[in-house]
Design a binder for this molecule. Structure first.
Ligand code: PLP
Length: 398
């Protein structure tokens, strides 16, 4: 049977693989040979599950949203990753990878971060596990995301501002890879999404798959069947979406809806709609869709949400889209903001701007009243309050 999970060579259809510089071959190969054995060992599972339960606060609730269900004419459940420690799904992955790093005898943890959410999650777990932590972050982002920078420092991490390129996420990732090349023996590189060379996309998807594992149990209890008709999630690199769909990826009864960031509109040049606009290329060690110009130069993406403006996309999702297993919808800045205000007013939940893109697709789908829909709220909106307030102000002045 055809599967949408990773194959033996680290590919999803024609996407994925491990395109890394010679000097990193050994590190990547070491990781490829180690990760599955560790992730599937009883001893790892026990420690991982205990931390997810006691430290992160899992299982996260599957909350039936009465008022949004009425509005959109379906049975809508929200998977509440916003209630996790540090405010998003990212901590699931960081805990898992750092437990792996410890088992591989690595003493030094490095990470890249854009908005700072993955950096904060990594610094948090390094504090917990008493490990050295270095976070690469574009200088532009350091200035834009001041609070997260201070949090990382308070947690004991070193934040390295990156001044190459546009000084954003892509450049921070390049710098982290460069660091890894210089310290291959003692350093572990924690990637924050389902991107990068194999085995990262598969490893991150597996660590986030706790989300769909819980959805299965929770739906069985609430609906008397363990699968939904629709799963909806936003995609930046694709980790919360991969976690949401993992156990259903080959189950054709379940429709998969991915929301990518349309920015100001997909034909405005100010967008992060990578799946719609990208062409096949290689970015950060993986063959996938990349936003690039005719010469293959990477184009800078734009979205109001800092967590969604990555110029690539996880190879898992590139394949799901290419094979038409998933439906990809783009949600513009304005639509996301509207959706965030709607959730806030109807349910008293302020979502992260990224998650608001997932909510933004509800208006674009025609549901049947009996459809069971599960939408992942990947994070909470505390970090986005300034954006929400200035949007409110703009709208009042209009
Ligand atoms: C980082 C982030 C995302 C985007 O990353 P994915 O890997 O696509 O999940 C989405 N939501 C929140 C709250 C984030 O912090």
């Amino acid at each position: 049977m055809k599967s949408f999970l990773v194959d033996q060579e680290g590919y999803y259809g024609e996407f994925g693989g491990a395109y890394v510089p010679e000097i990193l071959h050994k590190c990547v190969e070491e990781l490829q040979q180690t990760y599955l054995g560790v992730l599937e060992s009883d001893e790892f599972k026990k420690e991982f599950e205990q931390l997810l339960h006691d430290y992160v606060g899992r299982p996260s609730p599957l909350y039936f949203s009465n008022r949004l269900s009425t509005r959109y004419g379906c049975k809508l459940y929200l998977k509440r990753e916003d209630l996790n420690h540090t405010g998003a799904h990212k901590i699931n992955n960081t805990i898992g990878q750092i437990l792996l790093a410890k088992r591989m005898g690595k003493k030094r943890i490095i990470a890249e971060t854009g908005a700072g959410q993955h950096g904060v999650a990594t610094a948090t777990v390094c504090a917990l596990m008493d490990l050295e932590c270095i976070v690469y972050m574009g200088k532009t982002d350091v200035e834009r995301q001041h609070v997260n920078v201070e949090k990382m420092k308070m947690l004991g991490a070193t934040v390295m501002p990156v001044t190459s390129g546009n000084m954003t996420l892509k450049d921070a990732t390049n710098e982290a890879i460069r660091d890894w090349c210089c310290h291959p023996s003692d350093t572990y590189y924690v990637i924050g999404s389902t991107v990068g060379p194999h085995p990262y996309p598969d490893m991150v998807a597996r660590l986030q798959s706790v989300i769909s594992e819980e959805i299965r149990k929770q739906l069985q209890e609430k609906e008397g069947r363990d699968y939904p008709d629709y799963l909806i999630a936003c995609v930046g690199g694709g980790s919360n979406a991969a976690g949401t769909i993992y156990h259903y990826i080959d189950d054709e009864r379940v429709k998969l809806i991915l929301a990518e960031a349309g920015g100001k509109g997909i034909d405005t040049g100010l967008t992060a709609a990578t799946i719609k606009l990208g062409k096949t290329g290689i970015i950060h060690g993986s063959r996938t869709f990349v936003m690039q110009d005719e010469d293959g130069q990477i184009e800078e993406p734009y979205s109001i949400s800092a967590g969604l403006d990555y110029p690539g996309i996880g190879p898992i999702h590139a394949n799901l889209a290419a094979q038409k297993r998933a439906t990809v919808l783009s949600v513009d800045d304005d639509e996301a903001i509207d959706a965030a205000f709607e959730l806030t007013q109807l349910e008293g939940i302020i979502p992260a701007l990224e998650s608001a893109h997932a909510l933004g697709v509800l208006k674009k789908i025609k549901f049947q009243p009996e459809d069971v829909v599960v939408l992942t709220v990947s994070g909470r909106g505390d970090k986005d309050i300034d954006t929400y307030l200035s949007e409110l102000k703009n709208r009042r002045e209009k």
